[in-house]
Every structure is written in structure tokens, then in C-alpha cells.
Design a protein around this ligand. Structure first.
Ligand SMILES: Cc1cc2nc3c(=O)[nH]c(=O)nc-3n(C[C@H](O)[C@H](O)[C@H](O)COP(=O)(O)OP(=O)(O)OC[C@H]3O[C@@H](n4cnc5c(N)ncnc54)[C@H](O)[C@@H]3O)c2cc1C
Length: 544
């Protein structure tokens, strides 16, 4: 694939400049938590590519995990996380994150988040893989909406924090190997060079690389791809978590049916009404997500049916309506009464476990570049994320990055100036490309060949197709967001497919049909992406 350092041409003479102490890319939970940790003496600029409500964080339903009840212990949460992670979690990180959870949840409450209560105490629910009730939630099943409402309000009140929405980060700027800010594009202003003493990347995941996903359209892996171009280390890109239960009704926009529904006792049934999880795992519907998602795929193949069903009819209508008002409302829009009808569901891409490698403080391999949240790989999730651990990771690592970046920025002189950076990029192709067509083809290909069950032949085919598309799409210079997003999606897809081909075993969310067993002798380790992918044998891809 062409290895252009930058996606577009620019030169400092012809591009306006802006200076800030700290640049935060992304205004989800990780980015805003980072911004709030920076002390008032430093300027923070937060950029987000859409309106500020558009982030995975705002769509989170189930809640945030934390040890908050007398019956629970930190050790239980640590063990549950390690078990889900299938040998690849970093115990030091798990320990750090789990122990910080109660204080982080308390901060959110102090900032005005209204979590659901039961008898005056925080109501705690349970989700797959958790041995105890330890998930705080809000508005029943709209936790992200409520948490982000409070945290956005808090960030807007902070006088040293400026938030720019609709500002697309095209690339990270590097000089002599260190990050010095970012090139962004703003409506009405065009391209802008933002020079920052420290840059925090919190740009979220990449679910949009799949046709079936729970993620909103902003999740196109831009930050991971930009960091890769900037020379940062990425790892574990084969680990994309699929959520087992995504509403499968034409026109539903792949709405997520939260794991908490099963946590509260819902059953999974096949098209004949059989509760198939009983035969799959002793934990039945409460088995970790990878186990449930793979069981659903097997069930759909066995029954030759495109979906399975969630059954809440035995849970009590009043309780269901009160606990899941958002899900109830969405399903009602499709004529489904969830207190009584079966809900058609199938798995969809949900959470990117791999990403930019960070240390316990959130530092990446590129000096002056930090990363937090879904864009990063901290070692918390291993090969499979435990439900409701990711908002928590965003809070803990957002805090760490904000603190670390502030300390580093405070130590640098204010005589920070623009650098003579140029993009040498010369477009090799011209003319119009049908960006939507290639994007749709890529997303379908990923579902077919890089889905829940993978095999060498399908992966090799996907590798060739994506390499072929990269050949001309990455050689093109785009002027707008859809083109840059496609370039980033292609870059991420190539890294994911490359990693899935390498890992010849099944572990956590990565299931190889041709290597169905876990192989600790060879694969009890992270998989680091090479700095430059070799050219794959390109071949014309058949339009999908
Ligand atoms: C439907 C759904 C339900 C979920 N439920 C839960 C749950 O109950 N509990 C839990 O722990 N986790 C849950 N998750 C996962 C969790 O929401 C995410 O992992 C987490 O919110 C990620 O936070 P983040 O701050 O890293 O990224 P995000 O919240 O996705 O924020 C990314 C930000 O970066 C911006 N951005 C992206 N690219 C660019 C660019 N090029 N330029 C500028 N800005 C950019 C975006 O606009 C956005 O502001 C859920 C996810 C989904 C999709």
C-alpha cells in the first residue's frame, strides 16, 4: 500500500496556524476526562469531527463497572477481567483500573451525573462475565447519554478548555519523530495547523469498518490510522469484539440491545423457541460476549436463519419497561412489544480492543503523543473486553493522559513556534472516485471474511481485495471527510486482516475456523503491527 506520510498536501506558508498547550483529539468520555484533568494554567483545545454528542460514549447503554457493594471485592472484578481477557490482559493495568473505578464514578456523581438508584443507593446490575452486581447505570439503559451530558457541561464551564466541533483531524504532525500537533479541517476555515506542546488522541474506535455495527458513523478509526502514519506502534488489531445482540430489523440502524437485558434474566432462543445457550456454556446467556456471539453464529447456521431471538416475556412487564425504556421505545417503533414479543437479534461489530500501544500513563511510542480510550491498547481488555469496562478505561486513562500531558507541557518553554513542515504528498491518481461505493464494498467484505469466524482462504482474499483498493484510494488526494474516512478505514482494515492472518489460533474474540484451539505455546503474546505492510498481491476486486 502506498505509504504516504500525510493524506493531503500542505505547507506552513499557505496554511493558517494556531498554538495551544494541549490538543485533545476527540470529545468522548476519554477526551473530555483528559481535558478536565489539565490544570487551569494551561490552554486545552478539544477538537471533535462531528457535533459533540456524536461519540460511542454517548451511545453506551449498559453502564460503568466498579466495585461498590459490600458483597463484592476488587479481586473479583480483577479476576473477571482477566478471565474474559483470555491470557492477554496486563495484570498491573487491570489492577490499576479496577481500583480507581469507585473514585471515578464518584467524580461523575460530583459533576452532576444522575445514576439510577434503588432504595436511595446506587442501583447495580450484572452483565455477562461479571461474577457480581457491579454496573452503575443511568436513565435505565442510556448511561452514556447521561454521563456525557454531565461531562460535556463540566468541560464547557472550564475557562481554559475550548471545544471545536465539526473539526476533522486529518493527520498528526510530527517533527524529528515527535508529535507537534495536528492538521485539521474546519468548515469555513479549511485546513489549519494546530501546534501543540502535547497531543492526546482520544478519537475512539473503528466499528464502521463493518456493515453490521453498533457504532455511530464517527467511528472510522481515524486516530488509529493517523497514528500509524505518524509511526506509532499499534497492536492486537485482530481483536474486534462483536456484540451478540444487535436488533435485526430492516431500517433499525443496527440498534444495540444491551447486555444488561441478559443480565436481568432474558433468554436467547432459536427460531424454534429452543434456549440454545444452555447447551453451549454453563453460564448460558451470561457467558462472556465472545462465547455468546460464536454460539449465535453456530445457531444461525444450524437453523439456517439470519437471526436468533431475545425473550424477556418472563421478566414482568412493569420491570422491563422501567429498566429498559430506551430499548422498549425503539422496539415499539418497529411494532415490537418487548414485554411480550421475541426480539430478533444477531451479532454486530462493537468494540475495537486493539489500537495504539500505551504505557500505564497513556504514553504512546511517539514522544509527546498520548492516547486514551478505545483508540488505545492499554492491556486492560486482553483478547476480550469485559462488559462495561471500557467507559471506565476511558475515565482512568483519560485522567492519566490529562495529568501526564499537563506535567510534560508545563515543563516546556512558551517560545513554541511553527515548524517548517511540508507534506511531500503528490497524488498519483486523479478523477472522481465513488467513495460511497468503495466504503460499502469494504464494509461488506469485512463482514464476510473478517467476521466472527475467520479462515485463511477468506482472509487472504480479503487481504488482496483491500490491498487492491488501497493501491488507488491511498494514492488519491481528497478534500472532504468521506474520502479521508475511507482512506483510514482501508488502512485499519489492512492492519486487522494482516493481524488475523498472523494469529493462527483462537483466543477471546478472535476465532479461526481453521485453528479452533487456543495455542499458548506460540500465541500467549500481543501482536505488534509492522511499521509498513508489505505489498499484498493485488487483484481487481469484484464489486459487491
Ligand atoms: C451502542 C454502544 C453501547 C455501549 N455500551 C457500553 C457500556 O454500557 N459500557 C461501556 O463501558 N462501554 C460501552 N460501549 C463502549 C464505549 O461506549 C466506548 O468504548 C467508549 O465510549 C469509547 O470512548 P472514547 O472516548 O474512547 O471514544 P468515543 O466516545 O467514540 O469518542 C471519540 C471522539 O473522537 C472524535 N473523532 C473521531 N475521529 C476524529 C477525527 N478524525 N477528528 C476529530 N475528532 C474525531 C469523535 O467525534 C468523538 O468525539 C458501548 C459502545 C456502543 C457503540
Amino acid at each position: 500500500m502506498p505509504s504516504h506520510r500525510y493524506l493531503v498536501q500542505f505547507s506552513p506558508k499557505h496554511t493558517p496556524h494556531l498554538f495551544t498547550d494541549i490538543l485533545v483529539i476527540g470529545a468522548g468520555i476519554a477526551g473530555l476526562r483528559a481535558a478536565l484533568e489539565v490544570p487551569a494554567g494551561l490552554d486545552v483545545l478539544v477538537v471533535t469531527k462531528d457535533n459533540i454528542q456524536q461519540s460511542n460514549s454517548s451511545y453506551a447503554q449498559g453502564g460503568i463497572a466498579g466495585v461498590l457493594s459490600a458483597e463484592d471485592r476488587f479481586e473479583n472484578h480483577i479476576e473477571d477481567t482477566l478471565t474474559a481477557g483470555a491470557g492477554l490482559c496486563d495484570r498491573e493495568i487491570v489492577d490499576l483500573v479496577v481500583r480507581e473505578a469507585p473514585a471515578q464514578i464518584n467524580d461523575l456523581i460530583q459533576w452532576g451525573t444522575h445514576f439510577d438508584l434503588e432504595d436511595g443507593q446506587l442501583a447495580l446490575t450484572r452483565e455477562g462475565g461479571h461474577s457480581h452486581r457491579r454496573i452503575v447505570h443511568a436513565l435505565g439503559d442510556a448511561t452514556g447519554h447521561e454521563v456525557m451530558r454531565a461531562i460535556i457541561a463540566r468541560a464547557r464551564q472550564a475557562p481554559h478548555v475550548t471545544i471545536w466541533d465539526n473539526t476533522f483531524t486529518v493527520d498528526l504532525l510530527t517533527h524529528e519523530g515527535a508529535c507537534v500537533g495536528a492538521l485539521v479541517d474546519r468548515p469555513g476555515q479549511g485546513k489549519l495547523l494546530i501546534w501543540a506542546k502535547q497531543t492526546i488522541l482520544a478519537s475512539g474506535g473503528a466499528g464502521m469498518v463493518y456493515r453490521e455495527t453498533t457504532n455511530p458513523p464517527v467511528a472510522t478509526g481515524d486516530g488509529m490510522a493517523a497514528a500509524y502514519r505518524a509511526g506509532a506502534e499499534l497492536r492486537d488489531m485482530e481483536f474486534m469484539q462483536f456484540h451478540p445482540t444487535v436488533l435485526y430489523v430492516a431500517g433499525s440502524g443496527r440498534f444495540l440491545i444491551s447486555e444488561a437485558v441478559r443480565g436481568e434474566g432474558a433468554y436467547l432462543r432459536d427460531k424454534n423457541g429452543v434456549r440454545f445457550m444452555l447447551a453451549e456454556d454453563p453460564r448460558a446467556e451470561l457467558a462472556p460476549r465472545d462465547v455468546v456471539a460464536q454460539a449465535i453464529v453456530r445457531c444461525m447456521e444450524r437453523t439456517r436463519h439470519p437471526n436468533v431471538y431475545l425473550d424477556l416475556s418472563h421478566l414482568g412487564a412493569e420491570r422491563v419497561r422501567q429498566r429498559f425504556p430506551g430499548i422498549e421505545k425503539v422496539c415499539r417503533g418497529f411494532g415490537l412489544d418487548i414485554t411480550h414479543d421475541l426480539i430478533p437479534v444477531r451479532p454486530g461489530a462493537h468494540y475495537m480492543i486493539g489500537g495504539i500501544t500505551v504505557d500505564p500513563r497513556g504514553r504512546t511510542s511517539v514522544p509527546n503523543l498520548w492516547a486514551a480510550g478505545e483508540v488505545s491498547s492499554s492491556g486492560l481488555h486482553g483478547a476480550n473486553r469485559l462488559a462495561s469496562n471500557s467507559l471506565l478505561e476511558g475515565l482512568v486513562f483519560g485522567t492519566a493522559c490529562g495529568r501526564g500531558a499537563a506535567e510534560a507541557a508545563a515543563g516546556l518553554p512558551d517560545t513554541f513556534t511553527a515548524l517548517p513542515l511540508h507534506s511531500q504528498f503528490q497524488p498519483e491518481t486523479s478523477g472522481n472516485l465513488d467513495v460511497a461505493d468503495i466504503t460499502n464494498s469494504l464494509r461488506s467484505l469485512m463482514v464476510r471474511q473478517m467476521g466472527i469466524v475467520r479462515e485463511r482462504a477468506g482472509l487472504a482474499e480479503a487481504e488482496a481485495d483491500v490491498a487492491f483498493w488501497c493501491g488507488y484510494v491511498l494514492a488519491h488526494e481528497f478534500e472532504t471527510r468521506p474520502g479521508w474516512e475511507l482512506q483510514n478505514l482501508l488502512t485499519i482494515a489492512r492492519l486487522m486482516i494482516w493481524a488475523a492472518l498472523q494469529r493462527e489460533e483462537s483466543r477471546g474474540v478472535h476465532f479461526r475456523g481453521d485453528f479452533p484451539k487456543r495455542d499458548d505455546a506460540h500465541w500467549l503474546r500481543h501482536l505488534t503491527c509492522p511499521p509498513c505492510l508489505p505489498e499484498a498481491p493485488g487483484r481487481p476486486a469484484t464489486p459487491q
